[in-house]
Design a binder for this molecule. Sequence first.
Ligand code: AMP
Length: 296
Amino acid sequence: MPVVLRTVSQVRQWRHALRRAEKLVGFVPTMGALHHGHLSLVHQSQVENDATVVLIFVNPSQFGPNEDLDAYPRTLDDDLAQLEAANVEAVFVPKVSEMYPSGITLEVSEQRGAFVEVKGCSHQLEGVTRPQFFRGVATVVCKLLNVVQPTRVYFGQKDAQQCVVIRNMVKDLLIDTEVRVLPTQREPLGLALLLRNAYLSQSTKDELKAIFQALTKGQQLWNSDQSVSGSQIVDLVKQQLTELGLKVEYVACSHPETLDDITDNVVAGSIVSTAVHVPRAKGNGTARLIDNVILQ
Ligand code: AMP
């Protein structure tokens, strides 16, 4: 069973012992409800480090006041069983009060205390519909990196903008850790593994392989002709998604470091990303899915 650390001071003690023994520590932040996507990060951390600590913490500050923080699934027993099977050394499961000693309210205008904003790459794409999301992510990851001081920290390419925000934060705040970004794990037909997939019927999931196929078409267009413009790639992907009847929120081709929109010349490493809305299996409403590919 991994050691379950509940407080900042317990994590610091655990880390201190490993530093004295000159051990490398990998850190995998998650919000729990673990699936193979998360576990792929855990496995890589174990390959590259002497010890791995996994975070399970549903971070309130990245939720908006109208987003349902309480509805986020919490499956700690199942998560711990998966991490035990994966031979993880430690799991950090803090309370909200441990991570936010000055308290936290979801209303940004009423918040007090220290927060981290990564300007320039947090407002576009996912930031349009969730304006406080990346401020919340950067804030909690910054706190966690201060506590854990990992040799390496692991993120999934599935959340491409999050990776850019974190890389820029680590660079600008001179944080001493290596940011590792690992490939998106997918269902057999290509749909990115996401928590929200649980809300979708199998037939919808099968149809949704089209999201990855549409993105891949954009990638193929660039592979076949590197003089193609960002706008041409975006138009092709959009057309593919719309033809399949998906409600497209955005398709973008973005610079890999700044996330600036690339309409003209594409640079290697550019991110082609999309968010679409699809009907849920049960009840009304839609699920929002995101995915991306890298042009390389
Ligand atoms: P979350 O618990 O959703 O905050 O995710 C924790 C970490 O797992 C993030 O770095 C995600 O990008 C990563 N992750 C989630 N789903 C996948 C996936 N399908 N493939 C790779 N990484 C993933």
